[in-house]
Design a protein around this ligand. Sequence first.
Ligand code: RM4
Ligand code: MN
Ligand code: MN
Length: 396
Amino acid sequence: MDTSRTDGVFAALEGFRIELPSWGFANTGTRFGKFIQPAAATTTEEKFSDAGQVHLLTGVCPTVALHVLWDCPEGIQSTDEIKRFANRYGVSPGSINPNLFQDQEYKHGSFGNPDKAIRLRALRHTKDSIEIAQKLNCRDLSLWFADGSNYPGTANIRQRKQWFIEPLKTAPEQLAANQRMLVEYKPFEPAYYHTDIADWGMAVLLARAAGPQAKVLVDTGHHYASQNIEQIVAWLLSENMLGGFHFNDRRYADDDLTMGSIDPYQVFRIFHEIRLFELETAQRADIAYMVDQSHNLKGKIEAMIQTVTMAQQLFAKAAMVDIEKLTAAQQKCNLVEAESCLQDAFATDVRPQIQEWRESKGLPKDPLDAFRQSGYLERITKDRASKNSHNVSSYA
Ligand code: RM4
Ligand code: MN
Ligand code: MN
């Protein structure tokens, strides 16, 4: 038994937690239609119940991200029932996502809308969301904007940037000292000509303008194909601007596929950059690891367990990189040796050590198998099938 491998994997997993998205348990689809799953969650309570199952079996998902419009229909009043669900199902509310894109008012944008009344409405919703976060003891407010335009000449890009800065500066006044505001970027969709926060550079500038409690959120699906995401991560880390991740994978656009299903080496390289930063600076990177996936064909709970398992594997593999050897090889410009440090670590099979770690925590060594044996899926399918025979509303 290789004890250094075991120690390395154990140490890596000990500090690794990943947040599940409530919307990943509900019925979703594509713009071409929705395929309803009989076991999909139809209420916030059911989302907590499903997330609770994933946490029960993996032990590393203690929080669930909430979308205010979909999960807190009564706004601040919803917080009491959410606290009850959290107690009942053993998972706490995590990051709070205001919804600044679904209401009809937001047709031409939220913070970037030419109509001041709509910009103010968006700010009010953001402030209400901060209040919800405080009531629920949540640290992070995650902001994603659908703002942008579809045709050249239809929006004043610089003016909209200015409009964005104002509410982004005002909202943090509501934050408690330990809270953060995370600014997510996305190059296109739903806007197809320009997106107001299109890339990490724009997100950094806006987060800086918003003040020290604002950081950038990197959604791995929100990049053009072949973009070097780990370099973005390295730069954000060096600027103390990386706040968190939305993990998912993609082949073409913002596909929201299972993390690591298309390019696991990319995720490994991201984790490697984070570990390198932590070792070199002797500090813990303050990063929220979150999943942002909604599966329309895979079973939702199975897909989440698969995601968490993959995340742990890639995180543990990154911990296998021999940093001393790598640094020496880089220094001597020994390219093949340096590259091999990453490749050898990536090729290491860490699954036996991960299973050992799970057993040491009293967790099932194969969470997916344990889920299939548990009877949970059969039970919820029976309970929810009739509700799902006509429920087609997106995410909620
Ligand atoms: C966006 C983005 C946001 C998510 C919405 C539903 O593409 O990834 O994080 O909240 O989708
Ligand atoms: Mn996202
Ligand atoms: Mn997305």
